[in-house]
Write a protein that binds this ligand. Structure first.
Ligand SMILES: [Zn+2]
Ligand SMILES: [Zn+2]
Length: 316
């Protein structure tokens, strides 16, 4: 199972500002000077060894994750990251016979939808796109997004074949050898998490969810859904304090994600749906605090915590 992050930001696409880029360049230049590095090759090696926070970007595109397993293409959400994923698919996968693409939609807030009109593979008539959603009327919602008043190209003008699948009370279904499950999350208007299992590995995508009642009654089905996941992608938009103040805004914090991960024996936790008002260094502070929290409260647990960053890719 291969996972790649194409959009990791919450709420609205967030390109870096000039001031933020200059700030990073200054810090890198200071380091080169302080370490007295003059050789260009060594400068390149240093920059390549630095994290996206220090010498790149966490990324400003909104929610979109690619999963490949069993020769299937699965996509979780259609935020602005979907445009670049579409370009990648057209360059590396597109063939004359057409592709099957399975898109799982958490919900239809703009940050999870707005990439679709720019998804290149949707313009190939031989491609077939399956849209899965826990919400009804997903076709109507997509058509509305591309109503002529809001966008010049209508959904039907994107010529790929489309099938819309409303996941009602189905708890589990198969796509080839993959098993897919879904779970309603706590979010204004509703959101849905997805779990994919294949070849003894499991991936859970659970974003846009608020946990203001952490009682067992309210969380046990979530813990069960996350159980033994090799990777859990979790809504960590707010700090713990913000999550308390922003009640009913529909988002969670890294600390809640850690508590759930420990209870569910999750192996890797990706902090996701980053707050658009925070720069990369502020988001990195949340990661550092999260790692400290885990060390202090669960020193023996084997849980890896990291930031979801654009282009991050790994094999489960
Ligand atoms: Zn969102
Ligand atoms: Zn939302």
């Amino acid at each position: 199972m291969r996972i790649r992050f194409w959009g990791v930001r919450g709420s609205i696409p967030t390109p870096p500002t000039s001031a933020q880029i200059k700030n990073k360049i200054r810090k890198i230049a200071q380091r080169i000077v302080s370490e007295n590095i003059t050789d260009q090759h060594k400068i390149n090696t240093l920059i390549d060894s630095m994290s996206p926070v220090d010498a790149g970007l966490i990324g400003g595109n909104t929610s979109c994750i690619e999963l490949r397993a069993d020769n299937k293409i699965l996509i979780f959400d259609m935020g602005s990251g979907l445009k670049n994923l579409g370009n990648f698919i057209m360059k590396h996968d597109q063939n004359a016979d057409g592709l099957e693409i399975h898109i799982f939609i958490s919900h239809t807030h703009w940050d999870h939808m707005l990439g679709f009109p720019f998804f290149g593979p949707a313009f190939f008539p031989n491609n077939k796109i399956y849209f899965y959603s826990g919400h009804p009327n997903i076709k109507e919602r997509l058509e509305l997004q591309q109503d002529f008043r809001f966008f010049p190209v209508a959904l039907h003008q994107m010529q790929a074949q489309k099938e819309f699948i409303h996941l009602k009370h189905i708890s589990s279904f198969k796509i080839g050898n993959l098993t897919v499950k879904h779970l309603p999350l706590y979010h204004p208007g509703g959101s849905f998490g997805y779990r994919v299992e294949c070849c003894d590995k499991s991936f859970v995508y659970a974003t846009d969810s608020e946990y203001k009642d952490l009682s067992k009654k309210n969380t046990q089905d979530h813990i069960d859904f996350f159980k033994d996941a090799d990777l859990l992608v979790f809504d960590a938009q707010y700090t713990f304090e913000e999550a308390i103040h922003k009640e009913d805004w529909g988002h969670s914090s890294a600390l809640v994600g850690i508590d759930f991960s420990i209870q569910a024996n999750v192996k890797r936790l990706a902090l996701f749906h980053h707050e658009p008002e925070r720069d990369d260094f502020e988001i990195d502070k949340i990661l550092k605090k999260s790692i400290d929290y885990k060390k202090m409260n669960y020193p023996d647990a084997d849980l890896k915590i990291f930031l979801a960053t654009e282009d991050l890719e790994f094999q489960l």
